[in-house]
Ligand binder design. Sequence first.
Ligand code: ZN
Length: 185
Amino acid sequence: MAVRKIIRMGHPVLRRPARPLQPGEIRSDAVQRLVADMIDTLRDYGGIGLAAPQVAEPIRIAIIELPGGQSRYGELPRVPLTAFVNPEIEVLDPATAGYWEGCLSVPGLRGYVERPQHIRVRALDLSGGRLEMTFQGFPATVFQHEFDHLDGTLYVDRITDTSRLVFEEEFERYVLPDMLEETAE
Ligand code: ZN
């Protein structure tokens, strides 16, 4: 296992739709090793989700791990480490909510993105079995962000108000205090 380099916005692989895996490929050593490396990489960088194109592998795999618990944004749900192969999203309720998203491939920035908050995910797991889960709230946003990577889309493409694309340092200084104040009210 190894930590891989995460490629950044501007690298052409991030803009290319990734190809689906054939069921027979999923159990291959190459794919199993890639996912093990992606887990090491996600944890080393301290992220909550990583898609294969972010380590320059243009195939449809993403991993997500939400530790859950108390954060400064409030109580967050836990999603144990899971790998999703060829995932598909069905929107169960089109009502949206916004979060300030960040991305390991767009380091140093945060942007406000609105997405549907109730989705169903269908995918294959690492042994080729079927996986089906539903998510609401913040995890629904995380899944849509990760699966966008498989289509060559970055969260910055989904920002409708570009005045809400900011550097992390300014986010901490100017945006977060207002957010916490609103939550407290
Ligand atoms: Zn991302």
